[in-house]
Structures are given as C-alpha cells and as structure tokens.
Design a protein around this ligand. Sequence first.
Ligand code: HEC
Ligand code: HEC
Length: 346
Amino acid sequence: MKLRLAIPITVFFTLTYFIACRHIENNTYAKTVWSQNQEQDLWEKATTYLFPQSKEQLLEETGATKAQIELGKTLFYEKKLSLNENQSCNTCHNLDNYGVDNEQFSKGSRNNTIGVRNTPTVFDAAFHYAQFWDGRAKTVEEQAAFPILNPNEMAMPSEESVVARLKAMPEYIEKFNKAYPDEMEALSFANITHAIGAFERTLVTNSRFDDYTAGNLDALTPKEKKGLRLFLDLNCAPCHSGSTVGGLMPQRFGQVGNYDDYTGHPNPDRGIAEISNAPADENTFKVPSLRNVVHTAPYFHDGSVETLEEAISIMAKAQLNTELSNEDILSIKAFLNSLSLDDSAL
Ligand code: HEC
Ligand code: HEC
C-alpha cells in the first residue's frame, strides 16, 4: 500500500518539478528574449544613425587607378613638397599615429611658423561632406593643394615651384607618366593633388564598431553598449552621424551659450563665418568625425581641451544642456574607444 502510494506521489512530484522547471526555464527564456529585444533595438537605432561604411563608394567617385593611389602614397610622404624639404603630409598627419601629431597646433616648414587650428586626422576624411574645420575645400583632392601652398604649413611659393621640384627627379616623371598615361603633361599640380586624394580615399579605418554594425552584436562589451545607448539617447548622434560618426554637416559650437562659457577661454576663431561673414555661421564648425577620437587629443578646432572626458562633458553641456555623471562620461568614452582603428592595422 505504502509502495503503491509512493509511486504516484513520486510521479506527481517529478512531474511538478519538471513543469516548474520548464516554467522557470520559460521565464528565463522570456527574460533573454526581452534583453535580445533591447539588444536588437540598440543595434537598429545605432545603424539608423551610424550606418556602416561603404569603402567602395569612395574610390568609385574618382575612378582612381592603382598606379595613381601608389603615387599618391609616395607623395604623402614626400618632404620635397615643403619649402625647406623638412615636412611631408605625414609629419602632421602621422599615419602610424592615427593620422595626427597630437600637438595643439602644428609647426610649419619655415622657422617659427605655426598653424591656427588643431590638425584633424586624415583617416576617413574622404567620407566628410567637405574638408577642414570650416569645410572650405569640397574634396580631399581639392584640399591637398592648400597645405602645400599654406605659408604656415609646407609653404611652397607657387604651384609651378612644386611641379619644378618634382620634375627635377626623373623617377617622378616616370611615375606620373605611368599613373596618367593618356596625358601630355602627366606631371602637373592638378595630378599631384589628384593622386594624393586618391591615396587618401584608401585611408578607411575598420574598428570593432564596424563589426557591430555589420551584425556581430557581441563585438562591443556591455560597457561600450551602455555608452552607445547614452550617445544615442542623449542625441549626440544627430550631429555626430553616419558611418564616420561625424563629418557630415556643420554645426554651431554651443547650442545653448557661447564657446567661452564652456571652455573658460575666448574663441577668436569664428569658424565658417571667417569665410562667409554671415552672422548665422558664427562659431560654426564641421562636426568632427569621432572615429579614432580616443587617440587624437587634444580636442576641438583649437586643440584647447586635453582629455576626452572633458571634451565629452563640454559637449553635453554646450550642445545638449546636460550635466553628465562621471560614470556616464566613462561609458561614452568606452563606446568611442570601440571606434578606434585596430592597432595591428597601423
Ligand atoms: C603643418 C602641419 C600640416 C601639414 C604638413 C599638412 N596638414 Fe593637413 N591639416 C593640418 C591642419 C592644421 C588642418 C586643419 C586646418 C583647418 O581646418 O583650417 C589640416 C586639415 C587637413 C585635412 C582635412 C581633414 C578634416 O577632417 O577636415 C586633410 C584631408 C589634410 N589636412 C590632408 C593633408 C595633406 C594631403 C597634406 C600634404 C599635402 C597635409 N594635410 C599637410 C595640418 C597639416
Ligand atoms: C548640435 C550638434 C552637436 C551635438 C548634439 C554634439 N556635438 Fe560633439 N561636436 C559638435 C561640433 C560642431 C564639434 C566641433 C566644435 C569645435 O571644435 O569647435 C564637436 C566636437 C566634439 C568632440 C571633439 C572631437 C575632436 O576631434 O576634437 C567630441 C569628443 C564630441 N563632439 C563628442 C560629443 C558627444 C559625446 C556628444 C553627446 C553628449 C556630442 N558631441 C554632441 C557638434 C555636436
């Protein structure tokens, strides 16, 4: 009798146990589904604002050939393009150092000359809507002429003097003829800047964030995802948008107040208004790309802010009227670090 009862009781409890466990399992499952939804939601919002890179498009825009790209690379490292033959593009935009020199302002080729704005990275610059902090050059090809002739930078006196320098080197005549075989005057100033631009269009960085936007949801750590969530929810992304997380539009520094209210020092640089003189362009600069930003200190157009933490905190106040906690600043910084070029690629 005892035994006959024992069996159904055991069966009853075993069943109850399994049902209960299934129930618990279901609950856990429900929880996972819920957080998967959150993960999915984050990914969808991220890829809406910060969509994946399209590298092919950049080269297609110019139809540059391999020979032109290789020539452009040689020219990027060519010190003969500067007055005192002491400076190449790479001096200020060191490609082994995320495309920057980490100086507030860079020294020029001539003694005692110095720039007036902080040197941005050349990585991913070809994606921007325009070049320079004030967008005064439309493309990387157009931009390349400026530093060569800028008296505070490479300081060459004229386009002709640049061409004459390279023509004195037979290997360049050969390289230009190979890169521009259909042209009578292959070694021209226009082709120098075209080739440099063609090379710059290959300076596209790959980061863990690209793995994430491509669909690998585990490519970011939980802390980085928290930072990404904040970056999106705080509305940093409408300005720092696109595959470059910036570089796609001009915006005023200080939506709620002026530059000196936030940085504690005056800002003599009027940004786009320096060119247009339009009151609406005062204090307006290209929204910089935040790719590799962890490595490109100091920050802002005047390189006046040394740490990324401070730059993030200033941005939240100046653009969004928000005071961030230290923890939130560090989460955003962690997310921004996921936008760094893979070290092994340098
Ligand atoms: C003396 C340092 C120096 C040298 C040399 C130099 N640059 Fe720059 N570069 C700068 C500075 C400073 C800026 C920003 C100036 C501004 O916005 O008004 C800049 C801006 C740029 C930009 C725009 C990036 C962006 O995000 O807007 C590109 C592209 C660039 N340089 C490419 C080159 C190339 C190509 C060469 C060589 C032909 C070169 N630079 C030589 C200092 C330098
Ligand atoms: C209204 C547009 C706008 C919003 C919103 C905005 N930014 Fe910016 N951001 C800019 C502009 C414009 C600059 C360049 C300002 C300058 O140099 O004078 C900039 C510069 C930066 C820089 C310095 C980058 C460098 O290379 O020097 C960082 C970092 C940055 N923003 C992060 C953020 C973060 C984080 C948020 C959200 C909390 C944010 N920004 C929100 C427009 C915006």
